[in-house]
Write a protein that binds this ligand. Structure first.
Ligand code: TXA
Ligand code: MG
Length: 323
């Protein structure tokens, strides 16, 4: 039976040769990034992009982020105004996606951009950037999970999502950030935040001098903004300090003033209340709790500061009613 093949990033470069051959053949390859693992394919090959949607079981053709290996590659596909360019120069490679007008000459498949006049572009760091630079074209990559499920932050998570399928998974170790990229669009005099992430509103303003506004709730500009998303099987209850008997507990901090004694199982996002550590642990911890098949996962309060805004955003989606 076919199965995912996990290839570690070794000095011998076998991962690079194999991944390049797969991308050139129009296959999907799971790649590590600083945010989450991506299910990548040649963004300029419509059939390859269609395979991504097929593998994920994405119900509708949401636009995908095109990942680039250089700023020049980005500028061959999107038009960067001064603010977008400043953001790219400041935060790339890194966990920031810029939505910019798509250039008419861009070879990126319409399926990847869902026929929009804009394109979402990100330059990831690490080995994936080298892979994309060597490939010479953008790769489209959503998170490497089946649609609606928790994003993978390790190669093993990816393999669990696609049992029985031939898929190369490049193993870059655990993802440093652990949450999907911040997504923004620059207007003339402001930055519109489409999805919160590790690059905070404050950091965006510091880099550009522009105010940041959140996309209005209810106007789905980035379909990842859909209310129910990132969902575990158990239901989630947020801001709980006293865990009811038999529930699973997603804890944050030392536990002072909280009752975890009745919990079936406890996963602590960060004993020392470090929000970056909590972000990196979030999806793995949710998966481990969910694997115990509790009816309910209770989540302790996480402060709305820095990357805590993005953590709370993902928790709210995981807790939202399922349709
Ligand atoms: O960190 C990340 O962004 C990861 C890694 C793999 O790079 N990718 C990721 O992709 O989270 P995905 O497909 O799960 O989420 C991409 C989001 C979607 O909500 C999509 O709607 C939005 O980006 N998006 C892409 N292109 C867009 C566009 N032109 N306009 C508005 N939103 C766009
Ligand atoms: Mg996703």
């Amino acid at each position: 039976m076919a199965a995912p093949q996990i290839l570690p990033i070794n000095a011998d470069g076998a991962w690079l040769t194999t991944a390049l051959a797969d991308l050139r053949a129009g296959h999907c390859v799971a790649i590590p990034t600083e945010t989450v693992y991506g299910l990548a394919a040649d963004a300029t090959n419509g059939e390859a992009v269609a395979r991504i949607f097929e593998m994920k079981g994405r119900p509708s053709f949401n636009p995908l982020i095109s990942h680039v290996g250089s700023l020049a590659m980005a500028q061959a596909h999107g038009r960067f105004d001064a603010a977008s360019l400043k953001l790219a120069q400041t935060f790339w490679p890194g966990p920031l996606t810029l939505v910019v007008p798509r250039l008419p000459g861009s070879a990126v498949s319409e399926l990847a951009t869902a026929g929009l006049e804009t394109i979402g572009i990100r330059m990831p760091g690490g080995p994936s950037r080298a892979l994309i630079a060597a490939f010479g074209r953008p790769v489209a990559a959503p998170s490497a999970n089946r649609s609606g499920r928790i994003s993978p932050t390790s190669a093993a998570h990816v393999a669990e999502e696609f049992p029985g399928q031939a898929l190369l998974v490049v193993d870059g170790g655990p993802c440093e950030v652990g949450l999907e990229s911040t997504i923004v669009r620059c207007d003339a005099d402001r930055i519109v935040l489409l999805r919160p992430g590790a690059i905070t509103a404050q950091a965006l303003t510091e880099a550009t001098g522009l105010p940041v506004v959140s996309a209005m709730a209810g106007t789905i500009e980035a379909p990842g903004m859909m209310a129910s998303h990132y969902a575990p099987d158990a239901s989630l209850r947020l801001n709980v300090n006293n865990c009811p008997h038999g529930a699973a507990m997603l804890a944050f901090g030392s536990g002072a003033g909280k009752n975890r004694d009745d919990a079936l199982i406890v996963e602590n996002l960060s004993e020392g209340s470090d929000l970056r550590e909590a972000a990196a642990n979030l999806y793995g911890a949710l998966k481990r709790l969910d694997a115990e098949k509790p009816a309910l996962i209770c989540v302790e309060p996480v402060p709305f500061e820095g990357i805590g805004v993005a953590i709370n955003d993902r928790l709210a989606r995981a807790a939202a009613p399922r349709s």
